[in-house]
Design a protein around this ligand. Structure first.
Ligand SMILES: Nc1ncnc2c1ncn2[C@@H]1O[C@H](COP(=O)(O)OP(=O)(O)OP(=O)(O)O)[C@@H](O)[C@H]1O
Ligand SMILES: [Mg+2]
Length: 336
């Protein structure tokens, strides 16, 4: 039933209109339908942009929010991804997943669908940790032993990886599992503050893990080889998320894009051959590098069945920091 309502790929205008009406009815019943007169969004305050959508700062009944719009109503691709995002996000509750406030279905505006989410004041993981030259022009700190990020939180890489793996554990723990499908640094926001706090965003490619799951997109540098094999079914599954997380872990700890020595085309050709290209780790180790190297080895095998589960990966990351520090982190009032 919910597939019939939220899958907007049909090109028939009459079916589309009926689906939008049915979606509004579900929204009323589930109390997430937002009245357009209660929502303001500011075109001159762009928070970010992805393949198919633009996200603006906005205000919902006076509360600061992020408003996601679809750019490409002409092709319906953006809109249909957003409807699938709405379908999943409306049910998710996790501290490391961006909170969903509601959706505004207003014919005539930006393809007719606006997603309203918690405003995460911070940076994408990409700009938080990147040490790649084009992002690093103003950074004079070239001490390689430092964590590759600007905050004073020495545990930032650990906190980010633990938080995102906790979110994946929650998603994969659903029955059937929810697959995020596009784990990469642009889809993780790190909240400003003394302590790095990650939030997973962008559920436009998420799918339920079903035998009938459709192929999905994704970004090649972060994608597992089986998704690119010629003739492969490209069905999303838990192991493909774990693979992308392995690549994300490399980036989080080193500040370098994985396979940065290869261009997009080379990554594609290599990955399509079914092989996993080796990561080039820095000679002078970064903080958490040895733990991360072991984790990557267990998240990035060619064989999906040999990869860690989210629960195993979570427990692995948790153990990177001694128990006493962890207690201190979760209960900062304790003095050590
Ligand atoms: N809740 C939010 N708070 C602050 N900034 C956000 C929020 N959601 C998204 N952004 C910013 O907007 C960018 C694009 O958002 P998002 O990844 O959800 O859209 P997208 O990539 O266009 O989605 P899709 O891939 O489904 O088309 C993010 O990388 C981030 O910089
Ligand atoms: Mg995105």
């Amino acid at each position: 039933m919910s597939t019939m309502i939220f899958d907007l790929r049909s090109s028939e205008t009459m079916i589309f209109d009926l689906q939008m009406q049915a979606m509004a009815n579900v929204g009323k019943k589930e109390q997430w339908l937002i009245n357009s007169s209660d929502l303001d969004w500011f075109r001159n305050q762009k928070l970010g942009e992805g393949g198919f959508g633009t996200v603006f700062r906005g205000s919902y009944l006076g509360a600061p929010v992020a408003v996601k719009t679809s750019q490409t109503s002409a092709t319906r691709r953006g809109l249909s991804d957003m409807a699938l995002e709405l379908r999943t996000l409306r049910r998710l509750r996790h501290p490391n997943i961006v909170s969903f406030y509601g959706a505004c279905l207003a014919p005539g505006i930006e393809g007719g669908l606006l997603l309203v989410e918690e405003l995460v004041e911070g940076k994408t993981l990409e700009s938080y940790f990147s040490q790649d030259d084009h992002n690093n022009n103003n950074n004079n700190n070239k001490d390689n032993n430092h964590h590759p990020h600007s905050s004073d939180d020495a545990l930032a890489p650990w906190r980010v990886l633990l938080g995102i793996m906790s979110a994946l554990r929650y998603l994969h723990g659903h029955e059937p599992s929810i697959i995020h499908g596009d784990i990469k640094p642009e889809n993780v926001l790190v909240r400003d503050g003394e302590i790095a706090f990650p939030k997973l965003v962008d559920f436009g490619l998420c799918r339920r893990q079903l035998n009938t799951s459709r192929p999905m997109g994704g970004t090649r540098r972060w994608m597992s080889p089986e998704l690119l094999l010629p003739g492969a079914s490209r069905a999303p599954n838990r192991a493909t998320d774990i693979f992308s997380f392995g690549r994300l872990a490399f980036f989080t700890v080193t500040g370098k894009k994985p396979l940065s020595h290869m261009n997009q085309k080379e990554v594609f050709e290599y990955t399509r051959s079914g092989k996993v290209a080796e990561l080039l780790w820095p000679d002078v180790p970064k903080a958490f590098q040895s733990q991360c190297m072991a984790l990557c080895q267990s998240c990035l095998p060619e064989d999906p069945l040999s990869r860690l589960t989210a629960k195993e990966a979570f427990e692995d990351i948790l153990a990177w920091v001694p128990q006493v520090d962890r207690e201190y982190i979760t209960r900062p009032q304790i003095s050590l």
